[in-house]
Design a protein around this ligand. Structure first.
Ligand code: 5CU
Length: 384
């Protein structure tokens, strides 16, 4: 039986698997989880993963590691399938040998987490699929990375991997990663590019704005820079079938892409490295629809649609049809981050992102169904 065109698939949803949470508990420097005693005398876990976490960290609980909580959250919000990925900072802080062992163990754990999940209705498709982890840390060997790519490719419920922006220390435009991109491309795995470090915190001033600036701006700017460096390195020319999914709707890259193209045009050395105008490469990306507003989603889909004009042999200057771009955008929630502050029933991070999709002007009902779920079913090959 074909899957319904109306399924809701969350492609941006995280977990700290129990093995990883245990590691965080065993540590006393960032990243770590510590147990504290509340004023009422009960014990509470607190998570510290970012620089300058509010003192004592933020409360963390079963939503971060318990699969039943993930499924309950999905049920509450009408989410049929989730493509679950480990949350930041992944293995970034570990020495190479530990990162390699843990990557392999966590990938097996995630396969188990997904393969034993319930099915969707009376289909064979599971409710949970996963994105594995690579031990992308300094001093890791290429053969260790390739071995883990092979492992992920062999685990049937893992459909790709989540990756931060540091690579093995020099960023993602490091030629040392070329064999890894080639292996990922060959295995048909999706790369979900996700931030953790933000940008230089001195830009945020000293006005006590909490985590607003690092999360609202720093995270997306980090993704913007990493994706732009990938474009400039020619990775998409070398590996044209590589499928990269950007967190937070690609950050500022869609808004800056014509400026980027102009700057490249004024720099013959950089321009000579690329086969195409920068705007062409945006059409090769996939983007989550975690932007919280219909205008932003509409704009991003316009920019992605426009990439069609930069395909070789295309001369059309016609206005872009934003429907084309919608095919590369996919619903996400960022669960279990951004929990409701009050005891409100639903999470705003879900309702706002679903409302935004529903309200995009110029997207047909079919386009909206695509962004809510159909595009993910196709990208992650979930059709039975
Ligand atoms: O709120 C946060 O810190 C985060 C985070 O660390 N990672 C993420 O994916 N979303 C929000």
């Amino acid at each position: 039986m074909p899957l319904s065109a109306k399924l809701v698939v969350d492609i941006h949803t995280h977990v700290y698997l129990p093995r990883y949470a245990a590691l965080l508990r065993s540590r006393s420097s960032v990243p770590f989880i510590r147990s504290t005693t509340t004023h009422q005398g009960t014990s509470e876990d607190r998570l510290l993963i970012l620089d300058h976490e509010p003192s004592g960290g933020r409360p963390v609980g079963a939503q971060y590691w318990d699969r039943e909580e993930k499924l309950k959250f999905m049920d509450k919000h009408g989410i049929d399938i989730s493509i679950v990925s480990s949350a930041n900072p992944w293995l970034d802080f570990l020495p190479a040998s530990q990162a390699r062992t843990l990557a392999s163990e966590l990938n097996n754990d995630l396969e188990q987490y997904c393969s034993t999940s319930p099915v969707v209705g009376n289909h064979k498709v599971k409710r949970l699929y996963g994105l594995g982890l690579l031990p992308l840390v300094p001093e890791i060997t290429t053969s260790a990375l390739l071995e883990i790519v092979r492992q992920i490719g062999s685990l049937p419920h893992l459909r790709g991997l989540i990756m931060g922006t540091r690579g093995i220390g020099k960023g993602l435009d490091d030629e040392a990663l070329d064999p890894v991109w080639a292996a990922i491309e060959n295995a048909g795995l999706i790369v979900f590019l996700h931030p953790h470090y933000g940008v230089d915190g001195s830009a945020w001033g000293d006005k006590g704005n909490g985590h607003v600036l690092p999360l609202a701006l720093g995270f997306p700017f980090e993704t913007t820079t990493a994706a732009t460096r990938l474009i400039l390195s020619g990775v998409f020319d070398k590996f044209p079938s590589l499928r990269l999914l950007l967190a937070h709707s690609g950050g500022a890259l869609p808004a800056l892409s014509s400026r980027l193209a102009s700057c490249i045009g004024h720099d013959p050395i950089v321009a000579s490295r690329l086969k195409h105008d920068a705007r062409y490469y945006l059409g090769k990306l996939y983007l989550d629809a975690v932007a919280y507003g219909p205008e932003e989603l509409g704009f991003v889909s316009d920019v992605i649609s426009r990439a069609e004009r930069y395909k070789p042999g295309t001369s059309t200057k016609n206005a872009a049809n934003r429907s084309v771009g919608s095919k590369r955008m996919l619903f996400g929630t960022d669960h279990p981050f951004f929990p409701p502050l009050s005891s409100s029933n639903k999470w705003a991070s879900v309702t706002e992102n679903l409302e935004a999709i529903a309200d995009v002007e110029g997207w047909s009902e079919e386009d909206k169904d695509g962004v809510r779920g159909r595009n993910a079913i196709s990208l992650f090959n979930l059709e039975e």
